[in-house]
Design a protein around this ligand. Sequence first.
Ligand code: PLP
Length: 391
Amino acid sequence: MDQRLRPGSGHFSSGPCAKRPGWNSHVLENATVGRSHRSPVAKAKLKRAIQQTRDVLGIPENYLIGIVPGSDTGAMEIALWNLLGPSGVDVLCWESFSKDWMDDVVNHLALADTRVHSADYGQLPDLAKVNQDNDVVFVWNGTTSGVRLPDGEWIAEDRKGLTLCDATSAVFAMPIPWSRLDAVTFSWQKALGGEAGFGMLVLSPRAVDRINSFHPPWPIPKLFRLRKNDTLNEAIFNGDTINTVSMLCVEDYLDALYWASENGGLDGLIQRSLENFRLISEWVDRTDWIDFLASDPLIRSNTSVCLQLTADWFTDLDSAQQREFMQSLTALLEQEQVAFDINAYRAAPPGLRIWAGATVESRDLEALFPWIEWACGQVRNKLSPGLTALR
Ligand SMILES: Cc1ncc(COP(=O)(O)O)c(C=O)c1O
């Protein structure tokens, strides 16, 4: 391999994702460390993080935005435990994280009136079958299958139920139709390459009404509790976090938001991600042994891009052998320091998953493709000495 043509950064993980271009630890120098997170100076930063999130994402003024513990999982489970209960629930389930939310609804909250709409990895369930009189729980982008919702047209503006959407690998990279969503969650560690541990919960006025009018019959731990004296604890959405937050992580998130604003805002972020996705698509088009896991182009994710090897010599292997092959391939790429963490998610079909969000540089992706081809040839040769052809 031509060692001169290496990605400048091999960070293509789907979470935590690559830091923004130019990031270094000096951006943390002004972090409010060693101070109470409730001090005026720290609280001002928390409020700024909320306001900047609203500005960059274009979240409507009448929606509330809160910083919550437990990253996206925390935010989503806070939404499920506080909002669900009074009506039936439809859950859309098409990859690993959506299965987790289904498990929460069906087995842990154990809500009786529940319908699950499932699809295999690489596909979407039939959106026309969703009952919008019910609450609906779904992910916007399935990070582990590389499948995203095409748009929000299937969600009625005048729906009766609430829509609870895990958008962690979609925000900052895809347009989000806020008026069709009632509770939206995401984490800092994903599309802007922030630090892990904290999540964002965005609530529509209808979600707030639900919190004020419905009192779940189950206990809610303090860490998940959105109510105080039986009504919404609005302070949480004004920079008063439920418990202590890391001001280092807040500083890092503020830096990421500042970078986003300076680089074209939401449109700029989406364009960067779409350009990355275009480069991957062109490579897939000209490479006859690799394809998208999602066969329908309309539902292909432009952030967590999932690919599968389609050559006969690979598909003839059994699933354990395929996993072993992908393990060796991705280990070789790591050893060469050209790509880290691009093996498919452990529960997904064997393949590659390459993050193509805005913090990834296009030129790094372009430099990566020949390395994948080279590594694939090397591993195949080990499997069947003398064979390096990939078709
Ligand atoms: C769609 C989706 N939901 C939830 C999670 C869990 O996120 P976190 O670890 O930030 O809680 C992830 C992480 O990759 C994800 O992709």
